[in-house]
Ligand binder design. Structure first.
Ligand code: DC
Length: 432
């Protein structure tokens, strides 16, 4: 899930975004800190804040990193943690001035996009919904009257021991508003599809609640449709067939959820696992299927009708990943096997787990549902009891791991998910 939170300075974006990130277990990114750090660098060098000719070459000497310590963002400028040094009134004005230089914006673009690609984020700034993440799931443009903002900022600065007057703070805010919203590149204006939120008369808590409501309204997609007739008929037929041939028994069917998209995943012992999962779940499950299958005449028609989509397993298939993400974002359920390939006769705990489930769940911001397939010696055998245990829905907040990013995060989520799956099987075994 990616949430773009834009708006003028002092609207309380950072305080609200921090609280929302905590509640949802996602990463909070304060993009203003990047512009502020460049402002600090320019200020320290004694260069005038509008002197773009001098500032542009200075970018070559700047290395900026955002790191997250216990979920809190720290900004590192050439190896120095400047997180608190950038919070002065003077640096605010430098930040605003340097942010109007197109080269500065271009310099910071990829840093911001990379974080948004690899994490579920709430990102606060000015151009998040318009430039950085134009396809964010939720876009909010948060405003408050200049007076309300000046009063909040004034109190903040006084509390920090800075010398200032209310009138001075108000004048700075009005100047920054005008500069930020009228600059030529990426002006601070709402995206067309942003939700406008004026919090002049709301306190912090009320604003957080309102933002959470907006996120909920925007992201709570109902699972789209009932499985189509063909799917239901096949499910019925195979259900009968498998209960005879494989004595399939489903445990916890009543725990299924129907109102949210999710990834359903199982241990993989046999080719028939796909069918077994289709039979077990009431929701229609969409699967990736080897692209070669789509070339076999009748089979091609069948798998398509069942809602499968092709994946090129040999070459990392970006389009299959995109399809999966867009299905999940449209409220559908996708089935995957985290082990990547069949592992019959092996205790799942002793097998390897691929990072795919972590990457997909994290990028789509959806929950996961484990299914443990319990059968004779971990192999689906004719006329032996085969039990399908459906686990609880695990919400995305439970495996957000905001301190991690990229591959490390995907790996951790995958291991977490797989551990849940194995535990589900073990606990069921013990409870028998
Ligand atoms: O959010 P802030 O007050 O910390 O931002 C400091 C300045 O940086 C602000 O005046 C405008 C600029 N900025 C920007 O142009 N684009 C962003 N995404 C974030 C901040």
């Amino acid at each position: 899930m990616r949430i773009a939170l834009d708006g003028p300075s002092g609207a309380g974006k950072s305080t609200v975004a921090k609280a929302v990130a905590k509640r949802l277990g996602i990463v909070y990114v304060d993009t203003g800190a990047l512009y502020r750090s460049i402002g600090l660098y320019v200020c320290r060098a004694g260069v005038a804040k509008n002197d773009s000719e001098k500032i542009i070459p200075m970018l070559n000497d700047i290395k900026l990193d955002l790191v997250f310590k216990d979920g809190t963002q720290c900004v590192i400028l050439n190896g120095e943690d400047v997180s608190s040094l950038i919070r002065t009134g003077e640096i605010s004005m430098y930040a605003s001035a340097v942010s109007a230089i197109p080269e500065v914006r271009a310099f910071l673009l990829e840093t911001q996009r990379k974080i948004a690609r690899e994490n579920s984020v709430i990102m606060d700034g000015r151009d998040i919904g318009t430039v950085i993440i134009p396809d964010a799931e939720v876009k909010i443009f948060m405003v408050a009257s200049a007076e309300a903002r000046a009063e909040r900022r004034y109190k903040e600065l006084i509390a920090k021991g800075e010398e200032c007057t209310y009138e001075g703070v108000l004048a700075d805010i009005i100047k920054r508003d005008t500069d930020d919203s009228t600059r030529a590149v990426a002006p601070a204006i709402p995206a067309e599809d942003a939700i406008f939120l004026d919090n002049s008369d709301l306190n912090e808590e009320q604003t957080v609640e309102r933002v959470l409501e907006i996120i909920e309204e925007k992201t709570q997609k109902k699972t789209k449709k009932k499985p189509n007739r063909f799917y239901r008929a096949i499910k019925f037929l195979f259900g009968k067939l498998f209960s005879l041939l494989y004595r399939v028994k489903v445990v916890n069917r009543d725990k299924e959820i129907f109102d949210k998209p999710f990834i359903v995943y199982a241990n993989h012992t046999s080719l028939m696992d796909v069918v077994v999962m289709v039979i077990a779940m009431k929701n229609q499950i969409r699967y990736m299927a080897k692209k070669e299958i789509f070339k076999v005449p009748v089979v091609n028609w069948f798998v398509k009708a069942m809602g499968a989509f092709p994946v090129d397993r040999k070459n990392g298939d970006v389009s299959a990943i995109k399809t999966t993400l867009s299905l999940l974002k449209n409220g559908e359920c996708v089935g995957i096997f985290p082990q990547g390939t069949r592992r019959p006769y092996q205790n799942p705990r002793e097998t390897e787990v691929k990072d795919g489930i972590g990457m997909l769940a994290s990028r789509a911001g959806v929950g996961i549902v484990p299914i443990y397939i319990k059968n004779k010696k971990n192999k689906l055998k004719l006329f032996h009891r085969n039990t399908i245990i459906i686990g609880d829905y695990i919400p995305p907040e439970e495996f957000a791991f905001p301190e991690l990013s990229g591959k490390e995060k995907y790996k951790k989520i995958s291991e977490y998910a797989f551990d849940k799956l194995c535990t589900l099987g073990e606990e069921w075994e013990e409870s028998k």
